[in-house]
Design a protein around this ligand. Sequence first.
Ligand SMILES: *Cc1c(COP(=O)(O)O)cnc(C)c1O
Length: 365
Amino acid sequence: MPRPIHATIHTEALRHNLARLRAAAPDARVWAVVKANAYGHGLERAFEGLRGADGFALLDLAEAERLRQLGWRGPILLLEGVFEARDLELCSRLNLWHTVHCDAQIDMLASHKTHQPHRVFLKLNSGMNRLGFTPARFRSAWTRLNALPQVDEISLMTHFADADLAGGIDAPLARFTEATQDLPGERSLANSAATLRHGLEPAVRADWVRPGIAAYGGVPDYPEHDAAHWGLQPAMSLNSRLIGVQQLQAGDAVGYGSSFRASGPLRVGVVACGYADGYPRHCATGTPVLVDGVRTRTLGRVSMDMIAVDLGVLPEAGLGSEVTLWGRAGNGALLPIDEVAQAAGTVGYELMCALAPRVPVTVAP
Ligand SMILES: *Cc1c(COP(=O)(O)O)cnc(C)c1O
């Protein structure tokens, strides 16, 4: 028997979350953001659940190629645009739309030989100061692009740094509105947080929203809101089993560093899951975990291949009992990935993306 840890990708949850996002941004078209191998879910595995999107947005040209190989003929947007001039050849060949965020990318386009002009998304730096033209330089970039025979339609985009916070989009939205005033073209501003929180505002949802994390059931503004609040379902479950049980007495420790010591008799389960599977090592004693679908907690340090869990509330549990690290248990109980991420001092995004290659993954309908 293989080691019992495995992940499941829930196709129906992806569909459900996509529908939730559509409802949150009525009439907007939806880019399903599938960068980072669909946030660790696997592009091929997530495709079936997300193919109802209007387009796919990602960063990596190889991933764009994989999407075309899957038979996707609709729009694909490169969120960081091209990295070198010859990437434009692939854009021409695969009909990829691409972000233009700096002068060097305009230079590359200007010297690109193509029969088919490209659809581009011109990016405004509205305050995040990662990628994009400043408001002062945005118009001249647009004018330059607009004069190129290599360029077809120009759409306008920006990205919010603080869409998960109250008032977090006010200033960047004002900058975007001002900088793009009377420029033609479609607009795209909203990530998951902006889509869920402000999708009913026409200026925010605009023509295209770009949700990533929410499509996978992760919550962009946790803990202010949780998955139940937004009606999102986990698209990834990480499950394993107990492979050992120990009976501790008062003063006994468990795991490296002996960081947890029992204050009295305590039954402890040992789970086949560790940081080499992508479970965060930073999770301290008390991180929530489900055993047979019942909520309990981890004990002591996470090691490479194992974690200890408290079986005090689970007298029936033993060798072979099902353990849910995040997602859905066999009895339907849910453990939101956001809770585990918070216990590790990180976000659900990182946990999804860090699912280790050694974990076998199956796709559920
Ligand atoms: C990753 C990304 C998104 C999606 O962000 P989420 O917070 O996962 O919804 C949207 N737009 C851009 C430019 C991105 O890089």
